[in-house]
Design a protein around this ligand. Structure first.
Ligand SMILES: Cc1cc2nc3c(=O)[nH]c(=O)nc-3n(C[C@H](O)[C@H](O)[C@H](O)COP(=O)(O)OP(=O)(O)OC[C@H]3O[C@@H](n4cnc5c(N)ncnc54)[C@H](O)[C@@H]3O)c2cc1C
Length: 381
């Protein structure tokens, strides 16, 4: 994909920020393990959050490809921080499209400025792959709803200021009867926890508990009982952006491994001269270049308002899986140094692995691709 002039200028600005400000402290932030809200505001002030959202709600009305550039360039400096622009683009576009205008105008500008963080809550303790089987309930009480249940494994659970919650509003099964709500966390009855994870501590994955949370009907997103099908369409977007976050992280490890291969000597010569060292890195470059192109192609399809569900699912399973393999190879290139926590490859490895699960596993993505190709013939009963 060849970027236009505006996209190239944007890429350069994010690249400078990511490499100068984010990259040096990637591991320190993870050791601290709490999202730095000042950094979030700084990213907002720089104009890197929600660039693709409409100008009326504080965005820049830019294209999805530019949002992808931000995800990739930030992923290079800090994979976990790159979740922030992805979150604002995904949730901002859902809120912009489906929320009551008063809710949209109150919350989206705060998300874009980095003052508010919103979590998306689909998964429950009983599971996430079969998302349409969710049990979390919203019961009607006059013109309000009462929310009850636990949402599990939620990114930003520990620090979110609001959540976008999927709940069953009738007694049916499957996708029908599921509604989506925007829930400010200032409401009584909400508690938030944090898990002790293998990586990505910065994003504070955890559970959110809703105990008789009263929410007015204006906070419904989309139509009652149709939230699942309406809102889930937005996920094609985040899947391509996640692929690019992973490309950024893998590219950082590749660049570092190439530089090391020129300096490190064995058998009286730089290890770059051994094809056993350079060819796996060359293969990694090829893999990441092809996934990057697929991701930008998917975003260009979105910008052109063309179908891209299968392509998005391809980005989502291949991005983290292949980035993991490439980063693993880079770690090995550093020999025993690669095994040390001083180098960032082990952290990138753990961080990208989280997104082999988060936002849907490879198994579910492949099901989506199969369904797009052969329709209901691909659905297991
Ligand atoms: C880092 C991270 C961030 C996350 N962030 C969020 C978030 O912000 N919001 C949110 O709602 N959720 C989030 N999740 C949860 C995530 O979406 C779920 O973990 C995921 O959808 C899988 O659900 P599960 O863990 O319950 O696994 P299960 O559904 O129990 O599946 C277990 C295993 O069985 C496989 N499997 C199940 N069904 C099939 C099938 N039909 N075909 C093939 N394989 C199958 C799965 O691939 C998996 O390997 C996050 C998870 C992680 C790790």
């Amino acid at each position: 994909m060849i970027f236009n002039q505006t996209q190239r200028e944007f890429a350069e600005a994010v690249k400078q920020f990511s490499r100068k400000t984010l990259l040096p402290d990637y591991q320190t932030r993870e050791r601290i393990g709490v999202l730095d809200r000042q950094l979030l505001k700084q990213i907002g002030e720089l104009g890197f959050l929600g660039v693709d959202l409409a100008e009326e709600v504080g965005g820049m009305g830019m294209d999805a490809v530019t949002a992808g550039i931000i995800a990739e360039e930030m992923g290079y400096g800090d994979f976990n921080i790159s979740a922030l622009p992805v979150n604002v683009s995904l949730l901002g576009s859902i809120i912009q499209r489906h929320a009551h205008p008063d809710v949209a105008i109150e919350w989206i500008p705060k998300m874009i400025s980095g003052e508010a963080l919103v979590a998306i809550c689909l998964t429950e303790p009983r599971g996430g792959s079969d998302a349409a089987a969710l049990q979390f309930r919203a019961t009607r009480d006059g013109s309000d709803y009462l929310l009850n249940g636990e949402k599990a494994s939620i990114t930003f659970a520990a620090c979110a200021d609001a959540s976008l919650v999927f709940a069953r509003t009738d007694n049916g099964t499957g996708a029908r009867g599921i509604s989506a709500f925007f829930v400010p966390h200032t409401l009584p009855g909400i508690s938030q926890t944090r898990y002790d994870d293998l990586g990505s501590a910065v994003i504070g994955r955890g559970s959110i508990f809703y105990d008789n949370v009263r929410i007015p009907k204006e906070y419904l997103l989309g139509d009652e009982g149709k939230g699942f099908t309406q809102v889930m369409q937005g996920f094609d977007y985040s899947r391509a952006l996640i692929g690019l976050q992973c490309c950024g992280a893998a590219q950082a490890s590749l660049d570092e491994a190439w530089a090391y291969s020129k300096e490190r000597e064995a058998f009286g010569r730089p290890i770059a001269q051994f094809q056993g060292v350079s060819f796996p890195l060359a293969e990694g470059e090829s893999t990441i270049a092809s996934i990057r192109q697929l991701c930008y192609h998917t975003l260009a399809l979105r910008d052109a308002d063309l179908p891209h569900t299968a392509e998005a699912a391809m980005c989502k399973w291949m991005g983290p899986r292949k980035a993991h393999d490439v980063i693993h190879q880079c770690l090995l290139t550093f020999g025993h140094y690669g095994w040390s926590k001083d180098l960032p490859h082990q952290q990138r490895l753990r961080d990208v692995m989280g997104l082999e699960i988060g936002d849907g596993t490879a198994g579910i993505m492949k099901q989506i691709i199969a369904r797009e190709r052969v329709g209901r013939a691909a659905i297991q009963y």
